[in-house]
Ligand binder design. Structure first.
Ligand SMILES: NC(=O)c1ccc[n+]([C@@H]2O[C@H](COP(=O)([O-])OP(=O)(O)OC[C@H]3O[C@@H](n4cnc5c(N)ncnc54)[C@H](OP(=O)(O)O)[C@@H]3O)[C@@H](O)[C@H]2O)c1
Length: 269
């Protein structure tokens, strides 16, 4: 797709990854509607990127249900929805309180599904648009301390491949982004829990993972959008182990539905 002039609704716009995405998308000519709760942070970002601010709390079902409509009032018909807002949980499951579990499931999984539903009303009526769901490599394999977070991201990845199956034959596309660790406050918070830190240290030592910058991830997402890719995993060195875990699922998908799972069919970068 051509990002020049495209209306992109970006959630989690003021976080580490969101800010980088906002700058990369603006650099390629997109018209941005930027979503987060903090109005001052959003306002600063609108000055930097030329986007429009749409403050909203995605934990609130009513605000979620009107978000796409409000974005279209601000910036016209929606071309791209980027579900990027997310929260990590990093502790032993037994120590998690019910509130933090509910927040993670709502923000990381329920909110993207709701926003996809409402964006599809508009996109399907025009038979065009792209939905980008920002998931994590923890959807493929979890580490200690990240059970709840990984479950929400596995749900989001699985939802995205099901959504892609629903959209087959239409002009609306999906792009699933599964990111490894980004140099960010989120990964620092996660690594503050010693078992999570030890697991990451081992993955870095064995070179199965490397840490990348949000800027690099954002540019790769823009490239994937412009090339109409359906799946992006970063860093590239993680792709073989991701494929290893995915292979049985692919075989099952072919056996059950006659077509490969959306992710493999689309080709993997
Ligand atoms: N950082 C990593 O290492 C990493 C790795 C893999 C995947 N990811 C994924 O990448 C995405 C972005 O991560 P990040 O590191 O940029 O996170 P971050 O820096 O913590 O930013 C989170 C963003 O979400 C917004 N947000 C939080 N709660 C919200 C709510 N209730 N309603 C609306 N907006 C809310 C925050 O703004 P306000 O607080 O102002 O609302 C902020 O803009 C997430 O989905 C994450 O799971 C990150």
């Amino acid at each position: 797709m051509d990002l020049r002039g495209a209306h992109v609704l970006l959630t989690g716009a003021t976080g580490e990854v969101g800010r980088a995405l906002a700058h990369s998308l603006a650099g390629r000519g997109a018209r941005l509607t930027l979503v987060a709760r903090s109005k001052p942070d959003l306002t600063a970002l609108t000055f930097e990127t030329g986007g429009r601010a749409l403050p909203a709390d995605l934990l609130d079902a009513d605000q979620r249900s009107h978000l796409v409509e409000r974005a279209e009032e601000l910036n016209g018909p929606l071309d791209v929805l980027v579900n990027n807002a997310g929260v990590e949980t990093s502790q032993h499951v037994a120590d998690e309180d019910a509130g933090s579990v509910e927040r993670a499931v709502t923000l990381n999984l329920h909110a993207p599904i709701d926003l996809c539903r409402t964006a599809l009303e508009s996109m399907l009526s025009r038979d065009r648009g792209t939905i980008v769901n920002v998931s994590s490599l923890s959807a493929v394999s979890s580490v200690p301390g990240m059970a709840t977070y990984a479950a929400t991201k596995a749900g989001l990845s699985h939802f995205t491949s099901g959504l892609q199956a629903d959209l087959r034959g239409t002009g609306v596309r999906t792009l699933l982004v599964e990111l490894g660790p980004i140099r960010s406050p989120m990964i620092e918070r996660a690594r503050a829990y010693p078992p999570t830190d030890a697991a990451f240290a081992r993955l870095f030592r064995t070179r199965l993972l490397s840490i990348i910058t949000a800027g690099r991830a954002a540019e790769a997402v823009c490239d994937a959008l412009e090339r109409d890719r359906r799946h992006l995993r970063l860093p590239r060195r993680a792709i073989p182990y991701a494929l290893l875990t995915q292979a049985p699922r692919e075989l099952a998908a072919v056996a059950l539905t006659g077509v490969p799972h959306a992710m493999t069919r689309a080709g993997i970068r």
